[in-house]
Design a protein around this ligand. Sequence first.
Ligand SMILES: Nc1ncnc2c1ncn2[C@@H]1O[C@H](COP(=O)(O)OP(=O)(O)OP(=O)(O)O)[C@@H](O)[C@H]1O
Ligand SMILES: [Mg+2]
Length: 345
Amino acid sequence: MLRVDRLRHVYLKGTPMEHTALIDVSFDLAPGECVAVVGVSGSGKSTLSRIVAGLLAPTGGKVWLDGRDLTAPPTLGAWGRRFKAFVRWLLGVFDPRRWLARRHWTLQRSTRPPRPAPTPPSRPVMLAFQNPEDQFFTTCVMEEIAVGLVPILPPGVGGNGVSIRELLAAPPPAVLEALRLVELDPARYGARDPFTLSGGEQRRLALAVLLARRPRVLVLDEPSAGLDDPGRARLYACIERVRREQQTAVLIVSHDLEEVAAIAERVIVLADGRVAAAGQTAQILADAPLLQRAGLAAPPLVRLHQELATRGFALGGEWLDVEAAAAALVPALPRSAPGKGAANA
Ligand SMILES: Nc1ncnc2c1ncn2[C@@H]1O[C@H](COP(=O)(O)OP(=O)(O)OP(=O)(O)O)[C@@H](O)[C@H]1O
Ligand SMILES: [Mg+2]
């Protein structure tokens, strides 16, 4: 579905401050798949995510989504649409009917029957910056999601000239669906000020704002930074639901390898802007020398697994979470241990 092909990016090209941030980065992302990009600070993770999300034009290489080139500069078609819109606006300015009707503008607008709400067109790639809740700018949860839909909703729907009371009385289906996906009950949270939500709820609301546009690919920069364990678990469950129900592909940028172990199926290791390694999560996270070369430390459970092996306890399994580690460890423990512990207590 998404194909990143030999991406290359040079900041401030041709100046003394020229810096090459990405060199020949290539990978694929399938529908519903979760891939993590890991690397130390300055390895090029955010540059990559901004290019994939279409916020930065790469110096070289392409990003394809279902055969469509997302990095292509605006085509003649796009310019044609802009020109047509400009001509429409110009004709409107000089249209005498408009000036005659202007005195009754409010009346006319309120009596015009509302156009049916179109299905929101999918925005192909959506990027959540780190701490996306810092960018909330409305005073109501429903409105925060609806304003993102304004360009695609008809006039008078979803914050487009509509009062918050009207919005709460008849929320657009896309808003309700986004709230469901992130487990925020519209009746309980819909009218709240986003800044009164807990940290975990704010992070999930920020995700809902993106989900309302029905992206094919979600790019998340350090999605769980600053959350406590229950907050993380809930966010991961929401990401999992979006992948399963909507087949949305997820690209996670992180340097927290525990997070990567919890949600990603594949890992791409970036070092100095190059792909140092790529493979299944268990395989990459178990490769301590590789991670060390990239400046990263394996998650504590993987390190414990390796430490036990060096001390002569070669236990199988992929130690990516506590349950998997316990399943591998328990058969190797003496059977009498729990009873003894209880007797001593
Ligand atoms: N606008 C810019 N102009 C010049 N250099 C830049 C610019 N943005 C980023 N860089 C440089 O490009 C390199 C990669 O930056 P990037 O932000 O992609 O790193 P990162 O892996 O996301 O780091 P972190 O984990 O700290 O967020 C860094 O050396 C950075 O200084
Ligand atoms: Mg970054």
